[in-house]
Design a protein around this ligand. Structure first.
Ligand code: OSB
Ligand code: MG
Length: 368
């Protein structure tokens, strides 16, 4: 298939409420969207890079630079053999996986639409309802947190993930555990601890948590292995896993026993499929994480999470958990703790172009 035209834009979309994690707080997203045209159809993708480098070294601005200078200009006019081969023109681009993933996922959407099938089908997933959980940001007090958690449980979320950091951890987790003894509960530290916090981390072992996500440094696989040997609670790796190679090393070291897979973090869906297969073959529990995506990026997560190896509820919440109004129609909605992909071709939801235009801060097209 030949790509005729590419359009990159940055939109700004305020979150309904600020989202705070140990390393930073976000109140407005600056999201890069990519639209590709070819053979009479169009494919959309979203870059998950955040506004600041508090989660990953990539940011909206570094991704914009890499996309506009190196990844997208070569696309129009190119013959593409399939979504998995999209980077044959730029194999020399190192890292920058979030920027690459935006391109790769747009091609999956384009490819699926040209075949008239949903992305999930192209991935080999089922169109089943996906059990989903919610990620709850750091709150100013335990009372506000308990109220929030109660609200999400009423909405039907199947699992609660609480953001933690030193000073807001064991007591806070215990308050939620005491109030909701039966709830599937986990904690995400976003690399806020070191091995010197071992006594504190050991206290979390008694709270019946499904897992502790990324407690230590984003490059500290060895320390994660030391910690995992000390804890009964499984460690789930997020920031540490940027590729299948990272995962192979992590498993070799026993640095974690559960994987949070975010397609945007690992360079796209082809690498996600490899990670999914690697985990499935070894019975490593896997779930699909999120990066505060709009309805476009969210669609890829919903599609991917229908693969059989995704055995735990993902961080795939409904559009309204983050947005007053999403940029796709229909919006992603929750039903009995699940989100179900549509059977429409491609990502299965329609980008609302009028609204996207109104939110656009910069835009470039190739060829111009
Ligand atoms: O660590 O999983 C994380 C959001 C932004 C950056 C990192 C993380 C998160 C979340 C929210 O936890 C997941 C979501 O609902 O999109
Ligand atoms: Mg995380």
């Amino acid at each position: 298939m030949k790509i005729d035209r590419a359009e990159l834009r940055e939109i700004r979309l305020p979150l309904r409420e600020p989202f705070a994690i140990s390393s930073g707080v976000w109140s407005e997203r600056r999201v890069i969207l990519l639209r590709l045209e070819g053979e009479g159809v169009e494919g959309w993708g979203e870059c998950v890079a955040a506004e600041d480098p508090s989660y990953s070294p990539e940011t909206t601005d570094t991704a914009w630079h890499v996309l506009t200078r190196f990844l997208v200009p070569g696309l129009p006019g190119r013959e593409i053999m399939g979504p998995a081969e999209v980077f044959t023109h730029a194999p020399w681009v190192r890292g920058n996986r979030m920027a690459k993933a935006a391109v790769e996922m747009s091609v999956w959407d384009l490819w699926a639409k040209s075949l008239g099938v949903p992305v999930w089908e192209l991935l080999g997933a089922s169109g089943r309802a996906i059990r989903v959980g919610v990620s709850v940001g750091l709150q100013s007090s335990d009372d506000t947190l308990l109220e929030k958690v109660e609200g999400y449980l009423k909405e039907g979320y199947a699992r609660i993930k609480l953001k933690i950091k030193p000073g807001r951890d064991v007591e806070m987790l215990r308050a939620v555990r005491d109030r909701f003894p039966e709830v599937s509960l986990m904690a995400d530290a976003n690399s806020a601890y070191t091995l010197s916090d071992l006594p504190r981390l050991r206290e979390m072992d008694d709270l019946d948590l499904m897992m502790i996500e990324q407690p230590l440094g984003h490059e500290d696989l060895l320390d994660h292995a030391t910690l995992q040997a000390d804890l009964r609670t499984p460690i789930c790796l997020d920031e540490s896993i940027r590729s299948l190679d990272d995962l192979r090393l992590a498993l070799h070291l026993d640095a974690g026993r559960i994987v949070n897979l975010k397609p945007g973090r690992v360079g796209g869906l082809a690498e996600s499929l490899r990670i999914h297969r690697h985990c499935s073959e070894r019975q490593i529990p896997l779930w699909c994480g999120g990066m505060l995506e709009t309805g476009i990026g969210r669609a890829f997560n919903v599609a991917l999470a229908g693969l059989p190896g995704f055995t735990l509820p993902g961080d795939i919440s409904a559009s309204r958990r983050y947005w007053e109004r999403d940029i796709v129609r229909p919006e992603w909605e929750l039903s009995s703790g699940t989100i179900t992909p549509t059977s429409e071709p491609g990502i299965g939801v329609e980008p609302d172009l009028e609204r996207i235009d109104a939110l656009t801060h910069r835009k470039v097209t190739f060829p111009d």
